[in-house]
Design a protein around this ligand. Structure first.
Ligand code: SAM
Length: 344
């Protein structure tokens, strides 16, 4: 859904050859992560964006100005793990300034594993953060270690205890459903989220990353929904066609309040036909699709003094080439390595 702005309509929009218009910018701020989730980032990962190529907060502010002039209305920060950037509050501040200069309501969101979030939450909110998604696949510390290969669950738990008192709205808890054990843990995750007024969302496994080839054998959205229906009374919510999640109202139960849950069925019901996203990597490359390896570089022209108009033209060209759907990207042009490279 497009958020109406108080500013002028953009002179050009990020239109692709299939008639879709991008309004949602996914901005990766690093490709590094402090976890090694077996399905996301291999333990032996050793190729990283050189630090001097990471966009600075000021450069991110500039590119946000360009994006807003092209019709972007919301920005989500992702990675890698965004909290690994010590200057994350300054990045958010620069993005917020760009919204203010454009006369638009700021819509800035963060996707994070929440490690170290508790102590930084106030400064991120003061800088302009409005929404947050926490990625957490299990509430069991032992399974967390087995999946993420790092013993950081206590830090996540501290952040999850602090979040309900914050002004961030909505707060979403995203869990990738990997296997039978994930399916079994669904009721506990849902109750945990409802009690904290978080929206829980199940993410279907996507064929990307070290275990990408196993996607076909992993639980599908229908298995997730069946498990949810066993335990909760659900009423479907009419959903914005561009939104990735199908959503349901959950009725209150004896041990949890009412709330909202969602299922993101990227594989069994891809939402490519209404995808309104454009992606910028931590080193300033525009990717029009999560699964595409083709990009247009904005970092080099930016550092060589290109004007906002010149950068906008490059971004328009990149987005015009957005593939119809991720299933259409095959062979060497398809990203297989990890979502953390581009920003999941
Ligand atoms: N570090 C941040 C976080 O944990 O939210 C942002 C980046 S992380 C790559 C974003 C999300 O992608 C996480 O929820 C992760 O579980 C998910 N992800 C990674 N590989 C996936 C796959 N093959 N299928 C579905 N989700 C995946």
């Amino acid at each position: 859904m497009r958020v109406e702005s108080g500013g002028d309509e953009p002179s050009s929009q990020l239109l692709d050859h299939w008639g879709r218009v991008a309004a949602d910018l996914r901005l990766s701020v690093t490709d590094r992560c402090n976890l090694r989730c077996s399905y996301c980032l291999p333990e032996d990962a050793d190729s990283w964006i050189p630090r001097q190529d990471l966009l600075t907060p000021a450069e991110i502010g500039r590119l946000t100005q360009v994006a807003l002039s092209l019709g972007i209305r919301k920005v989500r920060l992702t990675g890698g793990e965004p909290l690994l950037r010590p200057d994350l509050a300054e990045i958010i501040h620069q993005i917020h300034q760009a919204f203010m200069q454009a006369g638009m309501p700021a819509d800035i969101a963060l996707t994070t594993n929440a490690i170290g979030l508790a102590s930084r939450l106030d400064s991120l909110i003061a800088a302009g953060l409005g929404r947050i998604n926490i990625s957490l696949d299990t509430l069991d510390p032992e399974r967390y270690f087995a999946l993420a290969k790092r013993n950081r669950f206590p830090e996540v738990a501290t952040a999850l205890d602090k979040l309900p008192g914050s002004v961030l709205k909505p707060i979403k808890l995203n869990s990738v459903i990997l296997d039978q054990q994930s399916l079994e843990e669904i009721p506990e995750l849902v109750r945990f989220a409802l009690r904290r007024d978080f929206q829980w969302r199940a993410i279907e496994f996507m064929p990307i990353g070290p275990l990408g080839d196993s996607a076909a054998t992993r639980p599908h959205a229908r298995d997730i929904l069946a498990r949810l229906q066993e335990c909760f009374s659900l009423t479907p919510i009419e959903t914005d066609p561009a939104a990735p999640a199908r959503r349901w109202n959950v009725a209150a139960g004896s041990d949890h309040p009412a709330g909202i849950i969602g299922v993101i069925a990227s594989e069994s019901a891809p939402f490519c036909a209404t995808c309104d996203r454009t992606r910028l990597s931590a080193d300033g490359k525009v990717y029009s699709c999560l699964f595409s390896l083709s990009f247009v570089d904005l970092l080099t022209p930016l550092r060589q003094g290109a004007s906002n108009d010149e950068l906008a033209q490059l971004w328009l060209t990149a987005q015009a080439a957005k593939p119809a759907g991720h299933r259409e990207i095959a062979g060497a042009g398809r990203r297989t390595y990890s979502l953390s490279q581009i920003g999941g």
